[in-house]
Design a protein around this ligand. Structure first.
Ligand code: DX5
Ligand code: ZN
Length: 214
């Protein structure tokens, strides 16, 4: 699977060290959580940090926008080096237009689904999506407990992707561990985000390698 460690769990006092670790590790992407305190009950970081990350990080930046109105910021994040921009289904009333805007800005386009949102809401747009991010916790914080219903949701999404002949990747975000990652792979998941599992471990680089070997 594609492994995308989450910057949210990095040490912000020594961010450069953690980025160096990511650069040298087997991580495929670096997951960047942008929270606005409106769509989710937490504020993470914004453009200045993203700009610094872009300069230091050699892995593709997998940007997860947890914003009330993401449309206003797509151009900015694309300019700041986002390889993938994922917006939430729940905050985009004109999702088709938003996806086209992400692609026009030069990034891959993803849509995230909160735990309560069924996958079939994407049936008419799945062919336009490079990635679907299944939230396996309620967005807003790292280190939360994985929601078990995620497996069946991933299986259903995989069926939708296959039935529509789409090339969409499935990414899972929240509470991913070395224990549940094999089950996610078996459910058809292509990419996993890992915050706490990587950065709270004794050897983050080795933990990334262990996830990569699943
Ligand atoms: C949660 C974020 C996640 C978070 C995952 O709202 O979207 O990306 O960083 O952290 P863990 O892996 O610790 O659950
Ligand atoms: Zn995220």
């Amino acid at each position: 699977m594609i492994i995308s460690p989450s910057a949210l769990s990095a040490n912000f006092l020594h961010l450069e060290n953690d980025i160096e670790m990511i650069n040298k590790s087997e991580a495929d992407w670096f997951h960047i959580d942008i929270m606005d305190g409106v769509f989710v009950p937490n504020i993470s970081f914004g453009m200045p940090v993203m700009s610094a990350l872009q300069k230091a990080c050699k892995k593709p930046l997998d940007v997860h926008l947890m914003l009330h109105n993401p449309d206003n910021y797509i151009q900015d994040f694309a300019r700041l080096g986002a390889a993938i921009i994922t917006v939430h289904y729940e905050s985009c009333p004109h999702l088709h237009r938003t996806i086209q805007n992400i692609k026009a800005a030069g990034a891959k386009a993803g849509v995230a689904l909160n735990p309560h949102t069924p996958v079939n809401v994407l049936s008419e747009i799945i062919n336009d999506l490079d990635l679907v991010l299944i939230m396996s916790v309620n967005p807003g914080f790292g280190g939360q407990k994985f929601i078990e219903n995620t497996y069946s949701k991933c299986i259903e999404l995989k069926q939708l992707i296959l039935s529509k002949n789409a090339n969409t990747l499935i990414e899972v975000d929240g509470g991913v561990t070395l224990e549940n990652a094999p089950k996610l792979k078996a459910a058809g998941v292509d990419a996993v985000v890992a915050g706490n599992t990587v950065f709270a471990s004794a050897n983050p680089s080795e933990t990334i390698s262990l996830l990569k070997r699943i």
